[in-house]
Ligand binder design. Structure first.
Ligand SMILES: [Cu+2]
Length: 129
């Protein structure tokens, strides 16, 4: 009796762990719309202020429930948008305001088509002329 309990317990724990792993693996592989490309990109130095911020995600996003903002480093929102790109369900754009040379933050919060909210931010720099 005594040796069987620890063995049974160990098996149950191992089985449960494997199930959790496979569920998590399937979810991230199939859908989560993480940011895969951006213009300007993270840490990029651009010579001319961008007129548009364009983000591309790994899966489809729902523009009406998504938002991109352009902010100063201390969080002042300068501009925002959530425009869809026709024929490109994974992309989203926002018109950028007139940006003086300096560092800016692009912040995004999008609803991916699998129902998950994905958010993040990155910096880019408009170089002085
Ligand atoms: Cu997801």
């Amino acid at each position: 009796m005594r040796p069987r309990r620890p063995a049974g317990f160990g098996f149950a724990v191992g089985g449960a762990f494997a199930i959790v792993l496979s569920v998590a693996g399937a979810t991230s592989a199939v859908a989560h719309s993480f940011l895969v490309d951006a213009t300007p990109s993270s840490k990029e130095h651009v010579a001319a202020p961008p007129k548009t911020i364009k983000l591309k995600f790994g899966g489809g996003v729902e523009p009406s429930y998504s938002k991109i903002t352009v902010e100063t480093l201390d969080g002042k929102v300068l501009g925002e948008g959530n425009a869809a790109v026709p024929g490109k369900p994974r992309e989203l754009t926002a018109n950028a305001p007139e940006l003086a040379p300096g560092k800016y933050i692009v912040r995004y919060r999008v609803l991916s088509s699998d129902g998950h909210i994905v958010e993040g931010n990155y910096e880019f720099t408009v170089d002085a002329k």
